[in-house]
Design a protein. Structure first.
Lengths: 451, 89
């Protein structure tokens, strides 16, 4: 092997923040269902702590031997509404506490799956779970919640959209001391995927195997550095450069997933072809777009630049791995991206532009802080708009929004760690109350007359 | 198990000797070695076979980090697959 190749890899890891963002173990809890809630929770705790017992240890060993950082080791489980729905419990906070305790026991920093899939309607478990979300997120540390409120086949459940606006408000209020931190662990999806390794939206779908390893990769810094080298070249060259770089990055994901699955003796699920930023300098998706020639991310041209980036990452990544899945695309979580944070503070990036960007990339309005006085109806209307983009365009969209209590436009919300710093962004001051109060369902869109 | 040792730092007398001696002390056989000056820095890679060594990978890593500190260079060891995966189809 060429010495230049060796040092290219070393440089990517050491200087350009190439890392594996997460290895996430998906665990089915379907065999933990019990009419007695207490028994169900015991089974859940036992299964998670048995299956994931060595997850963190194996992750650390791979980091050490292969020399590639694995930032997170996490767990996703079957949506709890499906498991707890069989019990006679009227409140599922205890299930969240069980998940939290299991996560702590095995040493993972997040566990996803306090979830409900309600795109067409609620069953008993869905309703109780959604009602339990604010308290569950306030009283646990590592549990992540998600709710799927729409799909291309089912349309949009506008009753759930209305409810989720209220749930987000309530979650913010119950975690007001931490500036609404609970909302950073709550995702409202349309077209949610069942094998997503990324938090806060990960859950383990019912069509999945009993236990799998999924991998999420990262590497915005590597892509930016590669584009720096083709300054002034036409877009064809940029697309080729991103593809080649994405291939290399994704190969690492494939390797780590394969080794982890082998050592843990579970099947390897998928690699999520993602560019996931962190708040660290040199790890920003926003800066990649600026490197393409935009003065600041958010200005005119941003959507086109992001579309190219997102597509090239997938094209390069697909050939690099066995099975692709999850969300697969460039993420644009505002608070977790140093370039985006700066762009918001300079007035270059606003919620409307972010919404446009979500039409062509992964995943949605993510980690966006809005003023504390934002009404539940406005939050619901934001969710409805995002869901409409996802449902109509056959893609996953999501809303993870933080109406930090007491905050005003221009304030900064410190989330801590990789959740970063969220500048509070303005929302449209005109109301959507009557629109949201209608409820019901927005029908599924017609895509073509296939016969 | 095969691994690649990479060394980067300010060039000076005795880096190759120091690293090779340590590998020999650890019963690590060298299969290939390549050294150059890249962007003004001493840069070396050593492809080696760890199968004869009695130490754990983590202990070998520690030993090499220490010898790197003594020589004033950064020494890393990673399994060969890390590089093969990225650069070979």
């Amino acid at each position: 092997m060429e010495i230049t190749n060796i040092f290219e890899t070393v440089r990517m890891i050491e200087e350009e923040n190439l890392d594996i963002r997460t290895i996430t173990m998906g665990i089915s809890l379907l065999d933990c269902i019990d009419a007695d809630g207490e028994k169900a929770r015991q089974k859940i705790y036992d299964k998670i702590t048995t299956k994931a017992k060595e997850l963190v240890e194996v992750g650390k060993a791979i980091e050490m031997e292969y020399g590639i950082p694995i930032i997170h080791k996490r767990i996703s489980v079957t949506p709890i509404s499906l498991i707890a729905g069989a019990s006679s419990d009227n409140d599922y906070v205890a299930y969240a506490k069980t998940l939290d305790a299991a996560a702590k026991e095995v040493g993972v920093n997040f566990i996803g799956g306090f979830s409900a899939l309600v795109e067409k309607g609620y069953h008993k478990g869905d309703e109780i779970l959604i009602r339990s979300i604010p308290q569950a997120l306030a009283e646990t540390e590592r549990v992540c919640a998600s709710v799927n409120i729409g799909s291309t086949k089912a349309g949009i459940n506008m009753d759930a959209v209305r409810d989720m606006g209220e749930i987000i408000k309530e979650t913010a209020e119950l975690t007001a001391e931490a500036q609404g931190l609970g909302c950073a662990k709550l995702v409202v999806f349309a077209n949610a995927v069942e094998d997503n390794p990324f938090m806060a939206g990960a859950f383990h779908g019912v069509g999945e195997a009993d236990c799998v390893i999924n991998v999420g990769i990262s590497g915005p810094g590597v892509v930016k550095r590669a584009i720096e080298k083709v300054k002034g070249e036409p877009f064809d060259v940029i697309a080729e450069t991103v593809k080649k770089t994405a291939f290399k990055i994704t190969r690492m994901g494939q390797l780590v997933g394969q080794v982890a699955a082998e050592r843990l003796d579970v099947p390897f699920g998928i690699v999520d072809l993602s560019l996931a930023p962190t708040p660290a300098i040199g790890d920003s998706v926003g800066r990649i777009l600026e490197e393409m020639g935009l003065e600041r991310v958010g200005t005119h041209g941003t959507t086109a630049a992001l579309a190219l980036l997102n597509d090239a990452v997938k094209k390069g990544g697909v050939m690099a791995c066995g099975h692709v899945g999850g969300l697969s695309g460039a993420f644009i979580p505002v608070s977790e991206d140093e370039g985006m944070i700066e762009a918001v503070e300079l007035g270059a990036l606003n919620v409307e532009k972010l919404e446009a960007m979500t039409a062509i990339c992964s995943v949605g309005l993510d980690m966006v802080a809005v003023p504390g006085e934002t009404t539940a109806a406005t939050l619901s209307a934001i969710i409805a708009d995002e869901a409409a983009i996802g449902v109509t365009n056959h893609k996953t969209t999501a809303v993870r929004i933080i109406p930090a209590p007491g905050s005003k436009v221009g304030d900064r919300i410190e989330m801590g760690g990789l959740l970063g710093t969220a500048p509070v962004m303005a929302v449209n001051p005109f109301g959507s109350e009557e629109f949201i109060q209608r409820g019901g369902r927005i029908p599924a869109p017609l895509h073509s007359f296939k016969n | 198990m095969k691994a690649i040792v990479t060394v980067v730092g300010q060039d000076k007398v005795g880096i190759v000797a120091g690293i090779s001696k340590k590998l020999s002390d650890l019963h690590i056989n060298i299969h290939d070695i390549s050294q150059t000056i890249m962007e003004g820095y001493f840069t070396m890679m050593v492809l080696c076979d760890l199968s004869a060594s009695e130490l754990e990978f983590s202990q070998i890593k520690e030993e090499l980090t220490e010898v790197g500190e003594d020589l004033g260079v950064k020494v890393r060891i990673q399994r060969q697959e890390t590089f093969d995966t990225m650069h070979k189809l």
